[in-house]
Design a protein. Structure first.
Length: 197
């Protein structure tokens, strides 16, 4: 069995460096805006040599895309109630997108020129879907009943009627995209009565 240093790195120094660089990138984008951040500035803030960043990520856009892929770590746990879980995950999504620099990370992730070997849009959709799929699966297992015609919403309905509006409104800075708006989207999807938004 091969036990050389290269097989151990992902859980050791490599992970610590990545975490430090990601943290530095998030902080600098929040402080300065993505267009004022450089790889050397991120390296200095993270306490690593800038050559490490150029070797591992190559460009700032690639680094920001990598950060975006790993920002789901703080997603809230499931609560065991369909409406509460949909609201919780949707509100977390809104918070992540709305925080300073949030859109910059999203744009970097889905940019076609970041990495020709991967499809950023497809990866973003996969990650978002995987946050909501367990909610729907466990609701079906519990037998949660919803108003006709659908016994429970599909993942496609959640993406179309909750997630897509959130991304659209945050990207275009549409006023009123707040907690009440999110709760209204969920209530509408579930066929629940709601107050005017």
């Amino acid at each position: 069995m091969n036990t050389d240093a290269s097989t151990k790195r992902p859980g050791g120094r490599s992970t610590r460096v990545r975490d430090a660089v990601h943290g530095a990138a998030v902080a600098l984008v929040a402080e300065r805006g993505a267009d004022q951040v450089t790889l050397p500035a991120v390296a200095q803030r993270a306490g690593v040599n800038s050559s490490t960043l150029y070797r591992r990520w190559g460009t700032l856009a690639a680094l920001l895309a990598d950060v975006a892929q790993h920002r789901d770590d703080g997603a809230p746990p499931l609560l065991g109630d369909l409406r509460a879980d949909l609201e919780s995950q949707a509100l977390w999504t809104l918070t992540e997108l709305s925080r300073l620099g949030g859109i910059a990370f999203f744009r970097a992730e889905v940019a076609s020129d970041v990495d020709e070997r991967r499809d950023g849009l497809r990866e973003c959709l996969r990650r978002v879907s995987e946050r909501f799929r367990p909610i729907l699966d466990t609701a079906r297992q519990r037998g949660d009943a919803l108003p006709p015609p659908s016994p429970s919403p599909s993942l496609e309905q959640v993406l179309d009627r909750i997630i897509a509006p959130l991304y659209f409104r945050v990207v275009f800075s549409i006023p009123g995209t707040d907690e009440a708006y999110v709760r209204g989207l969920v209530a509408e999807l579930l066929g629940e009565p709601q107050l005017d938004r």
